[in-house]
Design a protein around this ligand. Structure first.
Ligand code: PLP
Length: 371
């Protein structure tokens, strides 16, 4: 038996460890200079005016929804082929999620279905750059402009990705990135809001800190807020990691290319497709089984080979809590449902060796023989 290959792994150096240790020794563990430094680094990297660091990507998205004033009277267009928090943050504020189908090749929002689902109550579009591949931004922004809709970019899987030469995170009214250990870079838990709108940034800063005002004291609360603050340890790790972000993404790209080279020979799996005018930042490596094959038996067979895999994604509109509340069901989003039965995420991180990639591909090939 070979060594177990992990599904994902953070890329941690001795410098990262030192950076966190220094903060711990300093005694300044919350609301300090590292958080501010991290915010400046991310804002500069993405090319936006403001960045507000928080405790998770979900918290970042929630504060964007709050700062934009989205509430119970509003509908928000969201993909179903996404991580559950893209829709959950809409529910936190009592708004209605309206699920939109996806493009069959990139798995991002389908602009045509998006426009069809606009009603007089539609207030915003939650755009997700799925698996690190940017959404079809020109067409989505054109629709948003014509219908006067707010645009939120859930870019939690796409730090460093580019659409026509511009980094994602700059296109909507505000965007969120996430730093869970399986993302392109990590702060343990963590997230950040980026925006060029000073009002959104100001509100997010207040809301992450119990609703405290800018000038008021520690025991003055301007609005109902949360404790969504990022710790200084996380921020220190973030500062250290973002210095290497281009290397981290290049390593992921190298592994993705190794996989793709192997899959061009296999008939029954299709490697991820990347549009010519985008740069993917490779959150996960997801293959698509051809029509007629299903991912669940493939994943079970892979597990028997000792290789982990994941069903990215399980459609949000078919989750029990969404079905119960919104009466959603099979058949509503044909492309999403078909794709979700056939997409499998393979073990993927920047430090995978060519040999490990080959082991995964060979295991997958063997599995195909017992289907
Ligand atoms: C990772 C992720 C988030 C945020 O996740 P957290 O675990 O809260 O940091 C949000 N949306 C998408 C699409 C994600 O992949």
């Amino acid at each position: 038996m070979f060594e177990r290959i992990p599904m994902s792994a953070p890329d941690i150096t001795e410098d990262d460890v030192q950076a966190v240790a220094e903060v711990v020794r300093s005694g300044r563990l919350a609301l300090g200079p590292k958080t501010e430094e991290f915010e400046r680094s991310v804002a500069e990297y993405v090319g936006v005016e403001h960045a507000v660091a928080v405790s998770s990507g979900t918290a970042a998205l929630h504060l964007v929804i709050k700062a934009l004033g989205i509430g119970p009277q509003d509908e928000v267009l969201v993909p179903s082929f996404t991580f559950v928090s893209s829709a959950n943050v809409v529910l936190y504020e009592g708004a209605t999620p309206v699920f939109v189908d996806i493009e069959p090749d990139t798995y991002n929002l389908d602009p045509e279905d998006l426009e069809r689902k606009i009603t007089p109550r539609t207030k915003a579009i939650m755009v997700v750059d799925v698996f690190g591949h940017p959404a079809e931004w020109d067409r989505i922004l054109d629709i948003a402009k014509r219908h006067r809709l707010l645009v939120i970019d859930d870019s939690c899987e796409a730090l460093g990705a580019e659409y026509k030469g511009k980094k994602v995170g700059r296109f909507g009214d505000a965007a969120a990135f996430a730093f869970y250990p399986n993302k392109q870079m990590t702060t343990g838990e963590g997230g950040i809001i980026v925006t060029n709108n000073p009002e959104i940034a100001k509100l997010a800063r207040s809301l992450r800190n119990q609703g405290r005002g800018e000038m008021g004291g520690w025991l003055n609360y301007e609005r109902l807020g949360y404790n969504y603050r990022m710790t200084e340890m996380s921020a220190a790790l973030g500062v250290s990691q973002i210095k290497r972000i281009e290397t981290l993404i290049a390593r992921r790209e190298r592994v993705a290319h190794l996989y793709t080279k192997c899959f061009t020979a296999l008939q029954w799996v299709r490697p991820p497709r990347v549009r010519p005018y985008v740069r993917s930042s490779w959150f996960v490596y997801v293959v698509e089984l051809t029509e007629g094959l299903y991912r669940d038996p493939v994943m079970r067979a892979m597990a028997r080979e000792g290789i982990p895999s994941r069903g990215y994604f399980s459609p949000v509109h078919l989750q029990p809590h969404i079905r119960r509340e919104w009466n959603t069901r099979e058949g509503m989003l044909p492309v999403t449902e078909s794709v979700a039965q056939r997409t499998v995420a393979l073990p993927f991180h920047g430090r995978m060796s060519e040999e490990e990639v080959n082991q995964v591909v060979e295991a997958l090939d063997r599995c195909s023989k017992h289907l």
